[in-house]
Design a protein around this ligand. Structure first.
Ligand SMILES: [Mg+2]
Length: 362
């Protein structure tokens, strides 16, 4: 099963949500970009992956097209782990996090999709099996900055069947509004995206404490300050989560050795793909640390995460937005849960009409 063709495809589809204008990464979202990695074998099998992300996609696309794709032609698509290790060694000088690893992540996921299609089995069957047929989702809200909006959207998400909601707010007023809006019947997480010193984070953790958080996510700057997270974890009243900005099992090993987190959050489109996700899941099991992947994705990265997390008892993150033209007909979740696809590989094929109509050229 040799690789005949390797390409990246950037699609950008309009997105909407019920709050005021919001976004991540320094931009307000009017659309959501997905960088698809498409790998085709000499036999004509096609595998799909997803590489992170947002307004950095042109850089990730350049890394894949010019740096990685030329290394793939003629290689054995079924020798996933040795190929990924070899490529990581060849390209290590270009950075162990960032565009190169994002591109590798998409490649690795596409190779796993291919492996499943070659075997005629869904991905979850190749990586250890699933504990369940449906995976509960948590609604991952954007940052709105308005406590009333937060209260209203928490109430709405709970009424739609979500049993957990995650905020991206940074104030005690907004967190209190969320609990008031949704009531005591849901798990509430707060993700603040790395703003604070350890002392500031401890102060805010106690300010959030009355609202019974399931976890506090990325409270400390910078994300690789594992000693700071461990110090906070010793003093904060709720569990600590982090990891969407960590790369490969090596950085997670350091994170867990440091005692930095209660929940590790690898991101399949950043961390090195399904291969690294599975290594990190086993690592978490050996440290009694929760495994709660970062997955604000709508493409193959979402499906890959679904297959991995299906063998745990944890929920999957679903960004609480609506796409006009989704690649897969799985959004939004029904009764707060996603059905695990049972087709070969990732289990579903991206909609070719969406790729044709929303592809960004150039
Ligand atoms: Mg996060």
């Amino acid at each position: 099963m040799k690789i005949a063709k390797a390409e990246s495809i950037w699609i950008r589809t309009p997105v909407s949500h019920d709050g005021p204008p919001s976004g991540f990464g320094g931009t307000i979202w009017k659309d959501v970009s997905t960088l698809l990695i498409r790998i085709e074998t000499q036999e004509g099998l096609v595998g799909w992956g997803e590489a992170f992300g947002h307004n950095a996609i042109p850089a990730t696309k350049a890394a894949f097209d010019h740096q990685i794709a030329p290394l793939l032609i003629g290689r054995d698509a079924g020798a996933i782990s040795p190929l990924m290790t070899e490529l990581q060694k060849v390209c290590h000088t270009f950075g162990r996090y960032g565009q190169t690893m994002f591109a590798f992540s998409g490649l690795d996921t596409a190779l796993w999709d291919l492996a499943g299609k070659a075997a005629g089995l869904p991905l979850y069957r190749l990586i250890g099996g699933a504990a369940r047929t449906h995976v509960p989702a948590y609604a991952s809200l954007l940052r709105y900055g308005d406590p009333q909006v937060v209260a209203d959207l928490c109430a709405k998400a709970v009424s739609q069947g979500y049993s957990a909601v995650k905020l991206h707010e940074r104030t005690a007023a907004a967190v209190t509004a969320a609990r008031d809006g949704g009531g005591d019947v849901f798990d509430l997480m707060v993700d603040v995206n790395c703003p604070w010193t350890v002392a500031e984070a401890e102060q805010m953790a106690w300010a959030f404490e009355p609202n019974d958080l399931f976890w506090l996510e990325e409270p400390v700057w910078p994300p690789e300050n594992f000693n700071g997270l461990a110090e906070l974890r010793g003093n904060a009243p709720m569990p600590i989560a982090a990891g969407e900005n960590a790369s490969t099992i090596w950085e997670f090993a350091q994170m867990l050795r440091t005692g930095a987190v209660d929940f590790a959050q690898p991101s399949v489109a950043k961390v090195g793909g399904v291969t690294e996700m599975m290594k990190i899941l086993r690592l978490c099991e050996s440290h009694n640390v929760g495994f709660a992947p970062h997955s604000p994705y709508y493409g193959p990265g979402f499906l890959a995460t679904l297959h991995v997390v299906a063998q745990t008892d944890n929920p999957i993150e679903h960004l609480y937005c609506r796409l006009d033209a989704p690649l897969y007909d799985v959004f939004p979740p029904k009764d707060g849960a996603f059905q695990l696809p049972t087709g070969p590989g990732l289990g579903l094929e991206p909609n070719p009409d969406v790729i044709r109509d929303y592809q960004v050229k150039g």
